[in-house]
Write a protein that binds this ligand. Structure first.
Ligand code: SF4
Length: 237
């Protein structure tokens, strides 16, 4: 059920996100140097794709020597919680950005199951060293709200850098053909770098953008999967 909700949220966001003027094109991979954070649900979806497409050896090689990456200091909902309570926090900045190991010939090898942290990256202008991605505040707030929902959906499970969450999940039996190719200490070390996904403390939405973003969230809440509204499932019913 949770995997179905994950895919539904991806689909609804993708449809909402059809903005005229987006400069992103196939083969442009400027944003694939980011430290991508994912939930355990997203990690399981990626690992299932890897096993189903016979890419276990390929992934094991990538995870055995990952590029330097930063474990996040706090989850999106931790950050939201602090902001909503008026606490000062430092979510950390992103330095030492490396090219994502899943990028080959400027194309993503896991594109079909890429996590939301990748899906949300768009730009209204062609990116370059001097011109980073440009998005509207409204888009940024919508993407943050959906990230918060996805973290809520995966609450109590791993949340962190994609290159830590993936090896952390390799104790799940269905992924053993990947685990068997890796040193088990790598998975243990990765688990220490992950955080725990938190429930939604409230959305980080400004008054001026609520009107535009609320229909997107309502569409997600109202969608029915197997006879249950997504909002009810998110509320634990
Ligand atoms: S997973 Fe794919 S889309 Fe995401 S950063 Fe890596 S190469 Fe880019």
């Amino acid at each position: 059920m949770k995997q179905q909700i994950l895919r539904t949220i991806y689909d609804i966001f993708d449809r909402w996100n059809i903005e005229p003027g987006v400069a992103c094109r196939k083969g442009c991979s400027y944003c694939c140097t980011q430290n991508v954070t994912i939930t355990a649900l997203e990690g399981e979806s990626i690992l299932r794709f890897i096993v189903a497409t016979g890419m276990s050896g390929w992934l094991a090689e990538k995870l055995a020597c990952p590029p330097s990456h930063q474990p996040p200091k706090m989850t999106t909902n931790d950050f939201a919680s602090a902001c909503l309570e008026g606490r000062e926090v430092d979510p950390g900045d992103q330095q030492n950005l490396s090219i994502c190991p899943f990028l080959e010939n400027n194309l993503c090898r896991i594109y079909a199951v890429r996590p939301f942290g990748c899906r949300l990256f768009i730009s209204m202008r062609t990116c370059s060293a001097l011109h980073p991605a440009q998005i509207s505040d409204e888009y940024f707030e919508a993407a943050t709200a959906v990230s918060q929902l996805l973290e809520h959906l995966g609450q109590k499970e791993y949340w962190g850098n994609m290159l830590d969450v993936l090896p952390a999940l390799l104790d799940i039996r269905e992924f053993e053909e990947i685990a068997d190719r890796l040193n088990s200490t790598l998975s243990m070390q990765a688990r220490l770098q992950t955080l725990t996904a938190r429930p939604l403390p409230g959305f980080l939405l400004s008054e001026e953008h609520v009107e535009k973003v609320a229909p997107l969230l309502q569409k997600i809440f109202d969608t029915e999967i197997n006879g249950k509204r997504v909002e009810d499932v998110l509320n634990g019913q």
